[in-house]
Design a protein around this ligand. Structure first.
Ligand code: IYR
Length: 220
């Protein structure tokens, strides 16, 4: 018999609470997520990182092509090389590439070209977008698909009690070289993963999220 194209919906996760309460609870969990730059060197197991990547890999994607690769780096030597290359790009960014408006927007974050977290965080998860499938076939909406997968990754890390930073040194071409990735893989974002230093600080302005009436329009 040929494989059926459709199967009945398999059993899926059902919250023990009604949807309204479950949704509120999850919002409370996610609202405590903070982007962190002060990482501790406390280790995180490979198994943990594998689970986070598995969760990211559950993301929907154009025609289910799953156009992503998660390159997970704990090797100190590689981290050192990534840091050196990223800091070289960031020095250029802050000195010449960034517009005045961009620098003004970054001012309350207090960022600068020094990226110590690239060596301190136990894992650097470098996400690549596949411009073609590994077999050379087409992929669809790769940008959107990888964005969704990264969102799930960040939520999974937070759920595991870990912290993350979505770091986008620009341009990111050096990651292709340092990590020896093939040409059809395009660097998308670099995510240090770990625990915060006990004395970690976060910028106060980033705590402020837009209220619902600024991000939502309803036609009830
Ligand atoms: N990539 C630089 C600059 C930077 C840009 C944005 I947009 C940020 O939200 C934060 C930083 C850096 O990492 O310093």
């Amino acid at each position: 018999m040929p494989d059926p194209k459709f199967i009945p919906l398999p059993p899926r996760f059902a919250p023990s609470l009604p949807a309204e309460q479950a949704a509120e609870q999850f919002h409370e969990v996610m609202a405590t997520r903070r982007t962190i730059r002060d990482f501790s060197d406390r280790p995180v197991s490979l198994r943990t990182i594998e689970s986070l990547v598995r969760t990211a890999g559950t993301a929907p994607s154009g025609a289910n092509k799953q156009p992503w690769r998660f390159v997970c780096v704990a090797d100190p030597d590689l981290k050192k090389r990534i840091r050196a290359a990223a800091e070289a790009e960031e020095r250029e960014f802050y000195a010449t590439r960034a517009t005045e408006a961009w620098l003004a927007d970054l001012e309350p974050l207090g960022t600068d070209p020094t990226k110590e977290f690239l060596e301190v965080a136990p894992w650097l998860v470098v996400v690549f977008r596949l411009a073609k499938d590994d077999d050379g076939g087409q992929v669809y909406y790769p940008q959107e698909s990888v964005g969704i997968a990264v969102g799930l990754f960040l939520a999974a890390a937070h759920h595991a009690g870990l912290v993350t930073l979505t770091h986008t040194p620009s341009p990111m071409g050096f990651l292709t070289e340092v990590l020896q990735r093939p040409k059809h893989e395009k660097p998308f974002v670099l995510i240090p993963v770990g625990y915060p230093k006990p004395e970690a600080m976060v910028p106060s302005f980033a705590m402020k999220k837009k209220p619902l009436d600024q991000i939502m329009v309803t036609f009830p």
